[in-house]
Design a protein around this ligand. Sequence first.
Ligand code: ADP
Ligand code: ADP
Ligand code: MG
Length: 699
Amino acid sequence: MFTKILIANRGEIACRVAATARRLGIKTVAVYSEADANALHVASCDEAILIGPAPAKESYLCGERIIAAARETGAQAIHPGYGFLSENAEFAEACVAAGLVFIGPPASAMRAMGSKSAAKTLMEQADVPLVPGYHGEQQDPDFLQAQADRIGYPVLLKASAGGGGKGMRVVDSAAQFKEALASCKREAISSFGNDQVLAEKYLQRPRHIEIQVFADTHGNCLYLFERDCSVQRRHQKVLEEAPAPNMPPERRAAMGEAAVAAARAVGYVGAGTVEFIANQDGSFYFMEMNTRLQVEHPVTEMITGTDLVEWQLRVAAGEPLPKTQEQLAIHGHAIEARIYAENPDKGFLPSIGTLRHLGTPASVMFELGGDAKAPAPVRIDAGVRAGDAISPFYDPMIAKLIVWGANRQQALARMAQALSQYQVVGLTTNVAFLKRLVQSTAFASADLDTGLIERNHDTLFTAAHAAPAAALALACAALMASEQAQAASEGRHRGDPWSSATGWRLNQPYLRALSFSDEFDYTVHLSYRADGWLFSMGHATGTEGSNSSSGSSDRDKDKNSADGDAPAAQLLHLSAHHGDDYAIRLGEQTVHGVVRRDDDVLHVFTGGAHYQLAYHDPMAHAGEAELDTGRLTAPMPGKVVAVLAAKGQQVKRGEALVIMEAMKMEHTIAAPHDGVIEEVLYAVGDQVADGAPLLAFRA
Ligand code: ADP
Ligand code: ADP
Ligand code: MG
């Protein structure tokens, strides 16, 4: 076995690999970019080497520098993680040429599977079933259109060299074909430097079911069952689970054997995943093989009691697979949720910024090799801590939350609970969305297909609800406590503010009106009492949402006032607070919650929900007026890929004006209302900073 390895990655996967190495007594070397000098993965390894500036092309994708770092530190092998160089055959060869072991398959197997088109040709020869389509070399648009017509619409276009859902376009009719092809090729060349595409029949209501395979250098090859990754958005996985619900043992064996045949056909070694697309009737077709460890590998580890990184290290060191097919069995059920810094209500637009507060459910980071029969119920694989930033340079994943249960129902309940305990301040996240998703009837009843999110749009993207009185009462209690603490520290008052009448009267008006807002406006009246405050709330009223300049959300915020009558005044009493943790009594109710203040916003976490209440302090910002500059700004730093509007042009509300690429996604900036373009400030290819005005616009 190796004594020292280098981990050529960052974030959670680098931390994950380091955890297993540590357990096995193997020393680790981290590599990092200038943006990651203080990153968790650097702290997780024994040594760390700076390899370049923030952009991945100049650091994590720079194979030469990584190999030099390995030689310099005396590492014997390189673990590539996923993404970055993990599926780069030249890098695997360069490692071997430098006398290092690449912890992954041989370059020849990566090449064979690297192009989706070439892989399909090989699979055809190995009798693995394929979706009807065209995956040949000919790329003439008219020829491809004829192929699409033959396949029959809807047709799916994919970048042959693609990954991460990029470049993929669904074409519903012949009329849309050419435009979709151009757009697919544009994204393919910019993401993968190769614009070859393939066309497939676009299946209706399919499931994504993938098989984890493993092979060693002694000729053994086996499968560690399946994962169902049907719950997706933009063809990217959101929830993953193992085993797949409603999978008859015979089909499991058939898919497992097909996957092993696929791996054997390319002389595979190490961890790999064979992805299948399956019809509701169970018929399945080869989609692609990912020649690396997969993001969602923890669900397989949980149900099989294995540590797949340990297996990777053993196989790379020349050892045989630790188990045989017969020794593997499924135990219980595991579900993974990918927690992302993104805004589900704005077309899943990534969010960047600093994690000012991070509260997580009780969990283990990663500990395996223990008791396979009793995995930890909650596991979190994270690459960031409170205080760290999600930058525009890398994937905006915050963490993977993985739960295990004796059965699916128990796993689901644990997932919902764990999500309720996840608290993030500083960035928009998908946590509330994930919670609605795991609690939706469709997911709970395992009515799975890749369109689940779109099909259940109305329940998953619910209109905003007014915050309950309890959340506002917690916000008030936190404000009062902090004002009081401040007064005390300024020496104007001593003793417990909540039991002292004099303190309050000296510093505060006897009766106060506090105003807060989220999608609604709230006014709370507090009047002082010896044992607390008399709390009463006016009607919450909806506010006009600001025009969103980006994203594809068509969701209309509920602009009506909150239901019901304003509640009568209730007594509010602060029972206890420890740091950000508050316990209050509101009338007959006892309420617990966490309140974090971030500038003017009070983040209230209570009852499993997160309320973001902007506090309008009458003393601050007096006289400031909102300015409408009539400009459309970049939602994040990125590159302009298309300018669709010209100076002087009349445009309609919602018309696409500029397309930007940022964080590996295209973002369309649309007109907020009807108007005229006064100036276009950037051209195709320009880099733009976060918040930069892109166009001057007159309504
Ligand atoms: P999986 O099937 O394991 O989810 P994906 O294809 O979504 O695999 O990619 C896995 C990870 O690899 C993603 O989370 C992403 O960060 C990274 N990745 C995918 N494509 C690219 C790319 N072109 N460049 C860099 N990283 C990528
Ligand atoms: P990537 O390399 O981006 O992971 P895949 O070929 O694995 O690309 O496809 C990603 C996702 O797109 C699948 O998980 C599935 O949801 C959807 N998809 C792929 N092929 C088809 C198809 N022929 N019909 C319907 N959906 C498909
Ligand atoms: Mg895939």
